[in-house]
Design a protein around this ligand. Sequence first.
Ligand code: SF4
Length: 296
Amino acid sequence: MSSSVREASAALEAIAREIRSCTRCPLHEGRTHAVPGEGPPDAPLLFVGEGPGAEEDQQGRPFVGAAGRLLDRLLASIRVPREKVFITNTVRCRPPGNREPRPDEVAACLPYLVRQMSVLQPRVVCLLGATATRALLGSDQKLNQVHGRAVREAGRWWFATYHPAAALRSASVANALQEDFRRLRRLVDVEWGTEVPDRWKPGALQKIFADGEATEPVVVSEADSLRVTWDVGAVHPTFRTESALVELLCRFLRRQRKAQAEVVSLQTTDAHSRRVPPESPVCVHLYAEVRLGPQL
Ligand code: SF4
């Protein structure tokens, strides 16, 4: 174990000790055990659920009940070992009767997650359920609109999907969750495969596109900044958000130009040049102005 991993491990254990004795919100009154979360200190993938259930409260470990067993199966289905990821919750003490945590309880507990994330520095954060999605992506986010799509913010990927407990109650949610996990795998493959501009891994490029037919951005003019077009009609729905397209565009340009790239303006349109959001199935073109920064 390297010294930085040892330090991260010690920092996470210190946060866990604070959580186990925390009385910041009323949820501590009914708990058997607080559940700080678990996983390796250098886990690049972080899962955030809602809060401990009965079995988690008894054992002090996250996702060990029926929902946890489903999460284990979902992870196995995308070939991600549970021991390689960090798993935690939005609140660390069980809400009575498994009710949804209240906003004041979420607000009281969130600083622990922020601190754990600053130690872990996860590259991908998967938000399981509406509570985690609202807490981390913003209170106006509706899970049925944002699930299954990658969002790039604060230098990392965010990916919201349903909570496994909801999938145990509904076959249609279970199907959507399974499909979202396939998309999560796609996101992980793209993140891992395109991180080094000179050495994109074979297959990573195809994962950006729905049918494997890659269309790369094209620079149409260069002055102080680059003007770029990109036929994004074939980009997989996983990446059809403005922030994800911006990030991927910058990765293409870093690879082509060997320089940092920053998108100054961006527009997405349909086949008739009408502006449409990137999430729209009729969105086929992207136009951007990009400023190149220092050489890599
Ligand atoms: S839910 Fe979080 S903030 Fe509330 S008592 Fe438990 S650890 Fe503390």
